[in-house]
Design a protein around this ligand. Structure first.
Ligand code: ADP
Length: 499
């Protein structure tokens, strides 16, 4: 029996490869950063060849270091930065333009135009997404419009489009397979998440020929095999999912109502809503969750724009700490924030407020306010923002959160996790393995090839690292929340005058 499942985790700043064993232990891990290309303010690109070469390199290194031969690898699962858009020539594999990264804002005007054309609600109903330049649709349209000869070639069936999963699968199979999974398709803003197919009306609106689109399959699916010349053998490629959906799966959030929050630069919260595609009243996104069969499950997704980034700001901008981890010591050095609240709306406020003109707001400062209070208030703001998204999700889904599973870099902060538990009033569970994104991709692939029998067997691997239980009194919680809400109102009032 093969020893490992290989996860290829192609992120925004680095490509990683992890070999997992049956218990979900990490047996080898390799990582390589690649170039970020900023051709103009607000534009972000990657070189598709560098995405591929860095991903291939870490896969080969992980095999070399662990001594794994191709036959030792039961399957490969892919997880990737979502929405990032690549177009390449079918005959040569040559990209016609750099990858346009999800963060890139170059098509913001095109999306404003979509709103003026009256399509925002219709496209939202079909795709579950609030139209935005993040998603692939307007990025594909941009390439077809701006790259010489691209439209003609696309219409002649000579070009292929893919998100990063598709690009990797195509290269791993040496051009034999052009495919994606439901989760990645659901982030293109071209995919009808209810009918589970590409939507002709949206394609027409963006003037995108359907022949460039990949086939769409469940996240756990035998997409093909690696060409023997790539990794030295024919390894099944048996799973693919966008990073946040992979993390939801890796956290074993299989039941309706289960939620995970990833604390990175921002926070990404996803709630499994089972077979219900819930239309959010608070501006959350409806998206497809990773599933093991064609009967797809859905998720509600909400994000906090500034989370770990606020800690980076304390370190690099305010120079109050030397390392992110130090924030914990300082926060624990005072019993509370002395009624100081910080709303880190550096780039506007997301769900459930949606005020793009909002900016960072600090209230309640007295002569007694110290650096410790300031740092503590910044950490607490991450938990308050998360709480606001959770309450919106609960309301939309009509379910009450029973516990919260966490991962991501800032989930290592025990103070933050305890405060999160206190302020939501629920258990916060941090697993031993916080590489949940890669683990989710591995599970999807391993389940497909029978390395793991079923979800129940996978669930046995989920091991609690640390659990945080609420200890705050109801009265205390209510008082603090009242302060937070007042601070948010201040931020909103300040933004209104800017409009
Ligand atoms: P990303 O994938 O978005 O780059 P990571 O999951 O690697 O993010 O987490 C990095 C983020 O977490 C950074 O913004 C950093 O400031 C924050 N961070 C890391 N460790 C801690 C910590 N101990 N306490 C608070 N924040 C932390």
């Amino acid at each position: 029996m093969a020893k490992y499942v290989m996860a290829l985790d192609q992120g925004t700043t680095s490509s990683r490869c992890i070999l997992f064993d049956k218990q979900g232990n990490i047996c080898a891990m390799e990582q390589k950063e690649f170039s970020q290309i900023y051709p103009q303010p607000g534009w972000v690109e990657h070189n598709p060849m560098e995405i591929w070469s860095s991903q291939l390199a870490v896969a080969m290194e992980a095999m070399a270091i662990s001594g794994a031969k191709p036959e030792d690898i039961a399957a490969i699962g892919i997880t990737n930065q979502r929405e990032t858009t690549i177009l390449w020539e079918k005959a040569t594999g040559r990209p016609v333009y750099n990858a346009i990264v999800w963060q890139c804002r170059r098509t913001a005007d095109r999306i404003d135009q979509l709103g003026r054309d009256g399509y925002a609600k219709k496209f939202r109903d079909k795709t579950g997404l609030i139209p935005d330049a993040y998603f692939s649709a307007s990025k594909i349209a941009w390439i077809l419009e701006h790259v010489d000869g691209a439209r003609e070639k696309a219409e002649a069936g000579e070009l292929l489009f893919g998100t990063v999963d598709t690009w990797l699968i195509w290269n791993l199979t040496k051009g034999a397979v052009h495919a994606t999974d439901y989760t990645n398709a659901s982030r293109t803003m071209l995919f009808d998440i209810h009918r589970k197919c590409w939507d002709q009306e949206i394609l027409d609106y963006f003037r995108i020929p359907a022949c460039i689109l990949p086939e769409v399959h469940p996240s756990s699916y035998l997409f093909g095999h690696t060409d023997a010349s790539v990794l030295g053998g024919e390894i099944p490629i048996a799973g693919a999912a966008g990073d946040q959906q992979a993390a939801l799966f890796g956290q074993c959030c299989f039941d309706e109502g289960s939620v995970k929050n990833t604390y990175g630069t921002g926070c990404f919260l996803l709630m499994n809503t089972g077979h219900r595609a819930i239309d959010s009243g608070s501006g959350l996104l409806t998206t497809i969750a990773a599933s093991t069969d064609d009967d797809v499950e859905y998720a509600l997704e909400g994000s906090v724009f500034v989370a770990g980034a606020a800690i980076q700001w304390l370190r690099d901008g305010m120079r109050m700490i030397r390392t992110a981890a130090q924030s914990q010591e300082y926060a624990e050095g005072v019993p509370d924030t002395a009624d100081v609240y910080i709303v880190p709306a550096f780039a506007g406020m997301g769900a459930p407020y949606w005020q793009q003109h909002a900016r960072g707001t600090i209230v309640g400062v007295t002569r007694g306010c110290t650096k410790e209070h300031f740092i503590r208030a910044t950490l607490e703001s991450i938990a308050y923002q998360t709480l606001d998204v959770i309450r919106a999700m609960e309301q939309d889904a009509g379910v009450c959160l029973s516990h919260l599973k966490v991962d991501g870099g800032a989930s290592a902060n025990d103070f933050l996790m305890q405060f999160q538990s206190d302020i939501v009033g629920t258990q916060v569970q941090r697993p031993k393995c916080i590489e949940t994104t890669a683990l989710g991709a591995a599970y999807l692939a391993g389940l497909q090839v029978g390395y793991w029998k079923d979800r129940a067997e996978v669930r046995e691997n989920w091991q609690l690292g640390k659990e945080f239980t609420p200890v705050m009194t109801e009265e205390d919680r209510a008082k603090r929340l009242k302060g937070w809400r007042r601070a948010v109102r201040c931020a909103l009032a300040y933004a209104e005058e800017d409009e």
